[in-house]
Design a protein around this ligand. Structure first.
Ligand SMILES: [Ca+2]
Ligand SMILES: [Ca+2]
Length: 137
C-alpha cells in the first residue's frame, strides 16, 4: 500500500482487484498465467469525532418547569460505525450557572431539572454540554 489516504471506511467499505501470476521464464511460446480476484473489506477506525447537530441550542421554558420536564435535548452524530460512531456517544458534562440543578441523560442528551423551580431570573441561562465516546474497549 503506497498511499492509504484513499481508503476511507466512511466512503468505501470494500476494495476489489485482480492479481496475475505469470511464468517468468516460459520454455517456449507465451508464458502461462493464473488470475485471482481479491476482495478487501475495510475495517472501521475511530477517525471521526462526535459533532453536535448545532453549535448553539436556544430553548425557552417556564421558570416553574416541573422535575422531569425536558429542558433541552442536544444531539451529536459521529460518522464512524457502531460504538465508534453515534452509537457510542455519551453526553458527559454539563456546565454553566444552573448546571448543578440539571440532570443530563448520558445516552439521549436530554436535560431536565432536579427541582421544580429553576430560577426567578429572566436573563438567559447558558449551559455547555460535552459529548464524547466513552468506555470504548
Ligand atoms: Ca468516532
Ligand atoms: Ca472511521
Amino acid at each position: 500500500m503506497r498511499d492509504s489516504s484513499h481508503l476511507d471506511y466512511e466512503r468505501l467499505k470494500t476494495v476489489n482487484f485482480t492479481i496475475v501470476a505469470t511464468e517468468k521464464e516460459a520454455p517456449s511460446g507465451s508464458p502461462r498465467q493464473s488470475r485471482a480476484s481479491v476482495t478487501v473489506h475495510l475495517r472501521d477506525r475511530n477517525d471521526n469525532s462526535p459533532e453536535f447537530s448545532k453549535d448553539r441550542y436556544v430553548v425557552e421554558i417556564p421558570e416553574d418547569a416541573s422535575p422531569g420536564t425536558t429542558v433541552a435535548w442536544v444531539r451529536a452524530v459521529d460518522r464512524d460505525s457502531g460504538l465508534l460512531g453515534s452509537e457510542g456517544i455519551r453526553y458527559t458534562r454539563i456546565s454553566g450557572p444552573m448546571a448543578s440543578r440539571l440532570h443530563l441523560e448520558p445516552t439521549s442528551g436530554e436535560c431536565f431539572p432536579f427541582f421544580s423551580r429553576l430560577s426567578g431570573r429572566r436573563s438567559p441561562l447558558f449551559l455547555s454540554i460535552v459529548g464524547c465516546q466513552c468506555s470504548l474497549a
